[in-house]
Each structure stands twice: as structure tokens, then as C-alpha cells.
Design a protein around this ligand. Sequence first.
Ligand SMILES: Cc1cc2nc3c(=O)[nH]c(=O)nc-3n(C[C@H](O)[C@H](O)[C@H](O)COP(=O)(O)OP(=O)(O)OC[C@H]3O[C@@H](n4cnc5c(N)ncnc54)[C@H](O)[C@@H]3O)c2cc1C
Length: 321
Amino acid sequence: MSTLVFLEHHGDELLKGSLGVLAKAVTLGDGEVAGVVIGSGVRSLADEAGKFGAAKVYVADDPQLEAPLPQPRVDVLAQLVRDKGIDTVLFGNSVLAADVAAGLAARLDAGLNWDLSDLVQEDGKLVGKRPALQDSVYVDVGWKSEPRIALFRSGSFDPNAIGGSVEVEDAPVALEDFSVSARMVDQAHEESEGPSIEDAPVIVAGGRGLGGPENFTLVEELAKALGGAVGATRAVVDAGWYPYSTQVGQTGKTVSPKLYIACGISGAIQHKVGMQSSGVIVAINKDSNAPIFEFSDLGVVGDLHKIVPKLTEAIKAKKGS
Ligand SMILES: Cc1cc2nc3c(=O)[nH]c(=O)nc-3n(C[C@H](O)[C@H](O)[C@H](O)COP(=O)(O)OP(=O)(O)OC[C@H]3O[C@@H](n4cnc5c(N)ncnc54)[C@H](O)[C@@H]3O)c2cc1C
């Protein structure tokens, strides 16, 4: 097997999601696993990838690849797959990765399985695990032909910093005319502190039970004390209490932190599907019959306005001691 992992970067950092996919590919332990970094001024990222288990990293480093646009990346990947006889290409989900994976599948007439949460070897075949029916079952999915392309759900795998050296090889950059006809006019970045909701090991999420946008400071302070990120339900996002980028659920983000603390959240199915694969789920809700308690590991029945500040203080005190 010859596997290629798309190593996405933002600025001078490789994304945790793609490093997690790299770690998964390495643990499958079947054949060569290479990474590919595509961008402008990205050579140093190849060495970084070596620390996370890539034995080989292809680098496509060209000013034409500066903007995070999908089609030029599809050109680079399609040529690599053909030239190197790669049979499996893996992506960690992101807006860019989803576009690139779809474009690559179309270009190579290859099968793409998306929203996978795992990949295993069964009877000598690669089998993807895909949550379905609002995450209530896992479906086994496969590929009828090579190359196989897979896109994994955010947070499916943790990166594994195992150290080691890496062989770096230049990947040719020959772009199609139609691939350079789109131009990035502007790029805006949200100002935020702390880890992003996709990468955070801890998420403290707030719902309508907070009572008003001003009370989001309660979840923000708890998240800060735990080194985590803030999440929100659609009800509060729709009400304009918190930004859409933090919405967890069916029409928001799917997250799987190690710890998810739900404050004043009822646990509607549309919220549940976005966070139920979290490691430990803690719910704080004044209604002991709230559905969230049906899938929480730990439930606290009570008023979040009293409980959350005490919890934050206790964590700060513990960290300070
Ligand atoms: C097509 C579709 C897609 C959707 N997508 C999403 C999605 O992506 N994400 C999402 O979250 N929702 C989504 N929803 C909406 C979802 O159905 C729920 O309406 C929403 O999740 C409810 O948000 P909530 O838990 O904040 O509010 P509520 O359901 O109003 O729950 C508030 C909770 O706070 C508790 N509470 C109140 N006061 C306190 C207090 N002082 N202390 C402690 N607890 C308190 C209450 O007991 C209650 O359980 C979607 C709906 C549809 C139809």
C-alpha cells in the first residue's frame, strides 16, 4: 500500500487534524506513508511533519500556491498520485480539504468516502467506519477501485509526536489554466484567544439556559481555566448571543474533545450529533429530565449561574496550588 496524507497548514503551523490522520495512517502499518505539504514558503513544515511519523514528505512550494484555493492543490495531488503510484489519499476534514478531496476524486475518477471516523484493515482490505443515522450506527464503507480517497471527521485521531527524520522530496507544480483562473481577493481571520473549537481538548458549551448573551462570560471563564474553547447551541447562535463559528451540532461543527461540558443545554438530537463522540460529557442543567442527561457521563442538576463560577474558582485554585 502507498498512502499519501494531505498535510494542511495555516500560516506556519500544520493542522492538528491532518497530523492526526497521519498518525492513523502510520499505525495501520501497511506500506509507505508519505505526507504532502502544498503552499508557498512551506519547506520547513516538511521537517515538522517528520516529527509526527511521516517517513517521507513531498513539498510543493510555489508562490502560485500561496492562496488556500483547492484547484491548484488538486493539480499537484493528481500528478503525485499518478507519478508515484499512490493508492490511498487521506484528508482531515476542513473547508479546504473537503474541496480538494472532492476535486481530486472528480479528476482521478476515484471513489471518495467522507465523514469517516476510523479506518481499519479487515481481511486484507481497507474499511472505513462512517457514522450514520444521526450517529446512532457505524457503517462499513469500502472502495471498488484505486486510488481510494477518504476524508475524516475533525478530531477523529490525535497526532502522535514520535520524532524521527524525514526524507523531503519536491513535488512538481504544473498547474492547469483553469486552476489558476480563481483568485483570492481577501482573507479574513477571526480574532480569538485559546485553542479553536476543532482542536481543543476541552470544550465548554453554553445554551439558552445561560439566560442572555452577557452570561457567556461564565462559560468563557471556565473554558479559559481549563485551557479549552467555547461552544454554543444553535438556539443561542440564532438569537445572536454567540458567533456561528462556535455552533456545535447537525448544522454546526462536529467535535470530539476529551471533555465536553454542556451548560444550560437541553440535549436536542441536532446538538447531540455534533458532540456525542466526546470523551467525557458533563452536563449542568436545572431540569433533571433534560435529555442531555441520557448521554452524559456526569450530570449536575442545578442552576448553572451558581455552579459554573464555583467550578471555575475550584479549577483555578487547583491549578494555582
Ligand atoms: C434542522 C435543524 C438543525 C439543527 N441544528 C442544530 C445544531 O447544529 N446545533 C444545535 O445546538 N441545535 C440545532 N438545532 C436546534 C435544536 O433542535 C435545539 O433547538 C437546540 O439545540 C436547543 O438549544 P438549547 O439547548 O440551548 O436550548 P433549550 O432547548 O431551550 O434548552 C435550554 C436548557 O437550559 C436549561 N436551563 C435553563 N435555565 C437554566 C439554569 N439557570 N441552569 C441550568 N440549566 C438551565 C433548561 O432546563 C433547558 O434544558 C437544529 C434544529 C433543526 C430543526
